[in-house]
Design a protein around this ligand. Structure first.
Ligand code: GAL
Length: 467
């Protein structure tokens, strides 16, 4: 055998096999990389809210329909307490800890800025929902405009509530020959008559605090007017303005007519008293319309300008605030995070026409889309409110429901309850004084304002607005 014949010839079969193996591996790898990916992330999210107990109906309907439409499960973490008296602190704590929920309930107004201030990276920790609102036609609605903070929408509005309402038990008024009051003087006179007869006149509630400040706020709106009211929101009002003292004096005359156990009541039990004829008046927002509609189905509510004999509850603008719409706008905020797309999907659905058509009829509020027909509303109060809003001369943001920074709000909330308990006006005036100063400094610190550069809320572009 020669050297030449000893050299091995390449084994063709082996080479072909190797090439096939390499090709199979390569194709497999390409297929693996390009395979359709399963839907990213979990299809489950958390929504933080205070809509629990007797005010759960509207939100539960939205969540049920949302899950049906998208397959996304929403775990509603409800921290009860009207006006968010407990929920706001729970949400702030989660945000401060950098562990926010996918979405949460918030009011339009500086309340949202309080969340920015609590977050590790300020407003950068929240999804800017301006484009989402543009997609669903919300941005050009009145709420889409006024809920903007310096031209951007960081929370998606889902309704329009009205704070300056009074609920009256018609049978009591008839029995004592009282005509539904339309001025503060008439209301005061009605209350002194009822007090003399041993009937609780003004039924407000101390257990969840907010309806006490809520009452003070409506009186302040009546005596100070909308312009000074807006100055209170921006902290630019003179803390010694006489309207503050005037409102406080009137407030204390009503406190004298609260039921003796007012500190044990929450807002839903205050409504219950008036519905059942155990008190004459309750001052609250139209979430009470939702409560009466859902929980007391036989009760007939009538707007003050169309009272019928079979009417049980008369609903009217708080005396002296006719023509003003004291707005409370509930909204959804979406913190940034790994599952933010779920939060965005939820906010988009909830704030859309379809979402608002489900939510508002049961909530007692009206929708933000002015072109929705009024026959979606089950109560004549909501139909009346659509007209009331359209014909209102001035709109303000409710101080008790969103128009104050959360620190300022909590000072005033407990201060008003303390005032009602102790009647110590000097303590209250110093609380109001501190609150107004803090409100102004927080606005200045934020550099923000309500509305947009071309359309600031109430035509006011504050001096601290960043150019
Ligand atoms: C308000 C809120 C309403 C209703 C009410 C009573 O602050 O905007 O939607 O929930 O509190 O809890």
């Amino acid at each position: 055998m020669t050297e030449k014949t000893a050299t091995k010839k390449p084994n063709t079969a082996l080479i072909v096999t190797a090439i096939i193996v390499i090709l199979v591996i390569a194709i497999g790898a390409i297929y693996f990389l390009m395979r359709p990916t399963p839907p990213a992330g979990p299809k489950k999210m958390t929504f933080y809210t205070w809509w629990a107990g007797l005010e759960r109906f509207a939100i539960d309907a939205v969540i049920g329909n949302f899950t049906k439409a998208t397959g996304i499960q929403v775990e509603k973490t409800a921290v009860p307490g009207g006006a968010g008296v407990n929920a706001k602190y729970a949400i702030i704590a989660l945000i401060m800890a950098g562990k926010p929920p996918e979405a949460y309930q918030v009011h339009c107004g500086p309340e949202m800025i309080s969340y920015f201030m609590a977050a590790p990276h300020g407003k950068d920790d929240f999804v800017d929902l301006t484009d989402v609102a543009t997609d669903i036609g919300l941005i050009n609605t009145p709420a889409g405009q006024v809920c903007q903070l310096a031209g951007r929408l960081y929370s998606a509005p889902v309704n329009l509530h009205r704070a300056n309402l009074i609920f009256m038990n018609k049978k009591i008024l008839d029995k004592y020959g009282i005509k539904p009051p339309t001025t503060l003087d008439e209301l005061t006179a009605a209350c002194s008559k009822l007090k003399a007869a041993g009937v609780p006149c003004m039924v407000q509630a101390g257990a969840d605090q907010f309806t006490v400040l809520h009452l003070w706020e409506q009186i302040f709106l009546a005596v100070a007017g909308p312009d000074k009211f807006i100055q209170f929101m921006y902290g630019t009002i003179d803390p010694n303005d006489p309207s503050i003292k005037q409102a406080t004096d009137t407030f204390l005359t009503f406190v004298d007519t609260f039921p003796s156990d007012w500190m044990a009541l929450d807002w839903t039990s205050a409504v219950d008293r008036v519905v059942k004829g155990n008190g004459a008046f309750h001052v609250d927002g139209d979430w009470a319309v939702g409560l009466i509609y859902n929980v007391y189905p036989g009760t007939k509510m009538c707007p003050i300008d169309s009272i019928t004999p079979d009417c049980d509850i008369i609903v009217a603008p708080f005396p002296g605030t006719q023509g003003i719409y004291n707005m409370v706008i509930d909204a959804v905020g979406v913190p940034k995070g790994p599952n933010q797309d779920l939060g965005i999907t939820f906010a988009k659905y909830f704030a859309s026409k379809d979402g608002q058509k489900i939510f508002n009829p049961l909530k007692g509020s009206i929708a933000d889309y002015p072109d929705l027909p009024t026959d979606i509303y089950p109560t004549n109060i909501q139909k009346w409110e659509v007209q009331q809003y359209a014909s209102s001369k001035k709109q303000v943001f409710s101080l008790t429901h969103g128009a104050l920074f959360s620190d300022v709000w909590s000072k005033l909330l407990s201060g008003a309850v303390l005032l009602a308990q102790t009647k110590q006006t000097s303590m209250w005036y110093s609380t109001v004084n501190d609150a107004i100063k803090l409100e102004l400094s927080l606005w200045q610190q934020s550099g923000l304002y309500l509305g947009s550069p071309t359309s600031p809320f109430a035509g006011y572009l504050p001096p601290w607005a960043k150019k």
